[in-house]
Design a protein around this ligand. Structure first.
Ligand code: DGJ
Length: 538
């Protein structure tokens, strides 16, 4: 359906209903069930339907959110056991001519997501998609005078819109607000629980805009709110940020732009919103060698000040190396930023990082390119994704899926800890009040007394939650879990090790582990198994 945007239909309905004075109650009820981010005791939860929610996510390929492609999407989502699908909304499709909005694809996505019983995270592919304006409508692409591209330091035109021109900002936020209005009207049941504003905003191959407009601003003072927020002395960008001046300038301007787009959308429909980052190298990233302007780890403080309407700054993690992966989780899991991995690689080594993300308090985790359209974003040309290739990711969600609400609640209460296998440290420890959990990898399933040697491919992971004193929820993949009393001179005794599963919040007993299954610790394979463990000392 194509229509002209004036006021979101829901607002019109409310206007009339307000006159009849019923709508205030309806709005209050809607608010209580609104998806939202909550913070308590320094920890975050994504609240969906009034309770913490763990997003077992899957992002589909860039060109897969067209109705004709969806038959190749849903089977992958089912095989994966995902509870949330991240799908793009294309500005070029949504506003093909200026001021005419087409919500037909949005309505299809919502309807099919409901049929497949998953939530959606919708990705606004607007002014920036991987730094470029490739998803803008042609009336933007073809009007560089009105919507200027950036100019590089050498005078060449760059394939990235400048964040400095009001016409571009107005166009994007008008479209985004219209999209949020349509979403609000079409989704009273909150199938969509979060929205990504732009996609990897910023610019590749050019550190900032060097157009005359930009240069004038760059030569001027750093805005007072940024100076105050960073507790710096006033001055020009060069004086305040020295060799990071170009980076800081572009980050501020991109973040201000994205923040204003997010704020315009939230004014219409206040779903949680996040911005994702193409990551900068970890150590002393050299300006110009990575995507500049987006929420990279070195400019998170600037983004937090510039874009308060953006709830989460989220890392797209495409490095499978253990130390780097964990560092990125550390850098983004800050006290002022909920942990969320909106994109990560879809090759097997990435699957285990689901556990490390949980260990960092993640509200969600989402491998990229999870559909059967056969496209694979893998430089070494891996074969098309099929059920077998999905299996390591599916196993995570098979384990976590039936207890996703329990895990989210335990995480919010600070009772959940989790780790992924490191290729160098084959033994990791997690401290609880009276117990230390010991997770080891590559142990023989049977027998004890040998040092763990790691799995051939480091693909293990474990999660452990303290349910009550001496009582733990334990699940793992390719790992052995055991417990040591914190009190010296005491030894661990398994009082009872129950295998079972949660269903609708109720624990269901299946069997007791004993004998070979417990004599050498709790050995987990690739079987999706969950234990409730009661411990004592002797
Ligand atoms: C990160 C982007 O955010 C995705 O949309 C996609 O382009 C991947 N990179 C690569 O396939």
């Amino acid at each position: 359906m194509i229509r002209k945007f004036i006021l979101p239909p829901a607002s019109i309905v409310c206007l009339f209903a307000l006159l009849a004075s019923g709508c205030l109650h309806a709005q209050a009820a809607a608010h209580s069930t609104m998806p939202r981010i909550e913070k308590r005791d320094g920890r975050y939860a994504l609240i969906v339907d009034g309770a913490p929610y763990l997003m077992l996510g899957a992002q589909i390929n860039n060109s897969s959110a067209w109705p004709a492609m969806l038959p190749q999407v849903w089977p992958a989502i089912a095989d994966l056991h995902a509870n949330t699908v991240e799908m793009p909304i294309y500005w070029e499709q949504f506003e093909p001519t200026q001021g005419h909005f087409d919500d037909s694809v949005l309505l299809t996505l919502l309807e099919q997501a409901r049929q497949h019983k998953v939530h959606l995270v919708l990705l606004w592919f607007g002014t920036w998609k991987n730094g470029s304006p490739h998803y803008t409508p042609s009336w933007i692409k073809l009007d560089d005078a009105r919507y200027p591209l950036m100019i590089g330091s050498d005078g060449r035109t760059v394939d990235s819109l400048s964040p400095l021109f009001p016409a571009t900002l107005d166009a994007d936020r008008t479209a985004f607000a219209a999209f949020m209005g349509d979403l609000k009207a079409a989704d009273p049941q909150h199938t969509a629980i979060m929205v990504q504003v732009e996609n990897e905003s910023g610019t590749w191959g050019c550190v900032r805009d060097f157009s005359p407009t930009a240069q004038k601003l760059f030569d001027g003072p750093v805005p007072a709110d940024l100076i105050a927020g960073l507790h710096k002395q006033p001055g020009t960008w060069q004086q305040v940020f020295a060799d990071q001046a170009d980076v800081a300038f572009h980050a501020w301007n991109v973040a201000r732009f994205v923040g204003q787009v997010a704020a315009a959308g939230k004014a219409v429909y206040a779903l949680p919103m996040y911005a994702n980052a193409a990551l900068a190298p970890l150590d002393n990233p050299k300006p110009g060698t990575y995507e500049s302007g987006g929420p990279t780890h070195n400019v998170l403080d600037i983004w937090k000040i510039a874009a308060p309407a953006v709830d989460i700054l989220a890392p797209d993690i495409y490095t499978p190396a253990y130390r780097a992966y964990i560092r990125y989780l550390d850098l983004y899991g800050r006290p002022d930023n909920p942990m969320f991995v909106p994109e990560t690689g879809n090759q097997p080594p990435y699957a285990r990082y689901f556990f490390a993300a949980l260990g960092h308090g993640a509200i969600g985790f989402s491998p990229f390119g999870m559909d059967f359209t056969r496209y694979r974003n893998d430089p070494v040309g891996a074969p098309a994704l099929d059920k077998d290739a999905l299996a390591p990711f599916a196993l995570n969600y098979q384990i976590a899926g039936p207890m996703d609400r329990e895990l989210a609640q335990l995480s919010f209460e600070g009772k959940l800890k989790a780790v992924s296998e490191s290729p160098t440290d084959h033994r990791q420890t997690l401290d609880f009040d009276a117990w230390q959990a010991v997770v080891s990898y590559g142990m023989p399933q049977f027998g004890s007394g040998r040092e763990p040697a790691g799995n051939v491919l480091p693909d293990g992971g474990a999660l452990i939650a303290e349910l009550a004193p001496n009582e733990f929820l334990v699940a793992a993949i390719h790992a052995r879990v055991d417990f040591t009393p914190q009190q010296t001179g005491k030894q661990r005794q398994f009082v009872r090790v129950e295998q079972g599963f949660y269903h609708n919040g109720i624990w269901h007993f299946e069997r007791i582990w004993n004998g070979d299954q417990t004599d050498y610790g709790l050995n987990f394979t690739s079987a999706p198994q969950v234990l409730r463990v009661t411990l004592a000392t002797y």
